[in-house]
Design a protein around this ligand. Structure first.
Ligand code: ATP
Length: 319
């Protein structure tokens, strides 16, 4: 393999830059060239591609976002667009590709691999919604942002004796709410994996109030429902004032944590080593701090399950 392409696709995630840097430097270390493909599959179709050197990826490890930028590209999902992508890869003499992104991006990578183009997927998404890996790139940084936000809201919440609903990201996967809630000492994490029981939530709030608690913090994953409607329902039952904070895109940016920088570096280097060793159609991940790779179709077919132990612990600690 002479030349490796690298792109970031879908939602950006802190740590993507560390992964790009590792792809570029590991490839060069192994005697290969690297083509940086800008704006995901969109840039591939447009030929927005340039050679990356050791220096091109200097001074990026500490930056959020992605130096290659990212995009969502509907055209690549069509047969015509996909064939155009393959032609572009040939035109630019790219022999293998590292795709850094979430499950949508992995579907594109899977199609490339099925068409015989050596492709490796690196999980880059803050949602932690890829089931085959313990962690995705960006999750730790997003969690840090959420925990810091909980700290700030907790201060003002205690002063006023209020209940706060904090909406965090996670459409189908409640990991940011669950782990953020545990780390931030929230009263409840309302997540898509567990049916919401409003009476249960209100009893926790009222129990806390009776023992003199000054605030209640509820973490709500965005996929569950509308935070303002939930706030109204809680006020009706408890009579307490409820405020809503939607953290939104603040969670997607920010300087990556050391864990995400390290994970990104390990993922990026491993992806290149797999291509170097003739492996293709693999998804890179981490299990118990060991790097793993498995067939990308298998990885996509897996179903994410709730970490029941963590969920139960969060419930117990919120008594
Ligand atoms: P996030 O988890 O942050 O949303 P993602 O990678 O899941 O990231 P998507 O918008 O779902 O984000 O996918 C990114 C891009 O991957 C799409 O815009 C499209 O270009 C490509 N893609 C998604 N699904 C397919 C598919 N079935 N075939 C080919 N390409 C696809």
């Amino acid at each position: 393999m002479k030349k490796i392409g690298v792109l970031t696709s879908g939602g950006d995630a802190p740590g993507m830059n560390a992964a790009i840097r590792a792809v570029v430097r590991t490839a060069i270390y192994n005697g290969m060239e690297v083509a940086g493909i800008y704006r995901g599959y969109q840039g591939l179709l447009e030929g927005d591609i340039e050679a990356l050197t050791v220096a091109s990826v200097g001074d990026i490890i500490h930056r959020g976002g992605t130096m290659l930028r990212t995009a969502r590209c509907l055209e690549f999902k069509t047969e015509e667009g996909f064939q155009k992508g393959l032609t572009m890869l040939k035109m630019f003499k790219i022999d293998g590709l590292v795709v850094i992104g979430g499950d949508g991006s992995f579907n594109g990578a899977k199609k490339l691999a099925e068409a015989g183009f050596p492709t490796i997927g690196v999980p880059g998404t803050i949602d932690n919604d890829l089931p085959y890996t313990d962690f995705t790139l960006g999750f730790d940084t997003a969690l840090t942002t959420v925990v810091n936000a909980i700290g700030n809201i907790r201060d003002t919440s205690s002063s006023h004796g209020r209940i706060n609903i904090i909406e965090v990201m996670g459409r189908n996967c409640g990991d940011i709410a669950l782990y953020g809630g545990l780390a931030g000492g929230a009263e409840a994490a309302i997540i898509p994996e567990v049916p919401m029981d409003i009476n249960d939530i209100c009893s926790t709030i009222l129990r806390g109030k009776r023992r003199g608690k000054l605030h209640s913090i509820l973490l709500l994953a965005e996929g569950v429902g509308k935070p303002y409607e939930l706030a109204e329902s809680i006020t009706k039952i408890t009579g307490a004032e409820v405020r809503v904070s939607v953290i939104g895109h603040l969670q997607r940016g920010g300087t990556p944590t050391p864990n995400d920088r390290i994970l990104g570096s390990r993922f990026g280097a491993y992806a290149v080593e797999l291509l170097r060793d003739g492996k293709e159609g693999r998804a890179v991940g981490v299990k118990g701090n060991a790097l793993i790779d498995l067939d990308i179709s298998e990885a996509l077919a897996m179903k994410k399950t709730l970490n029941q132990e963590v969920y139960d612990l969060a419930q117990i600690l919120a008594i």
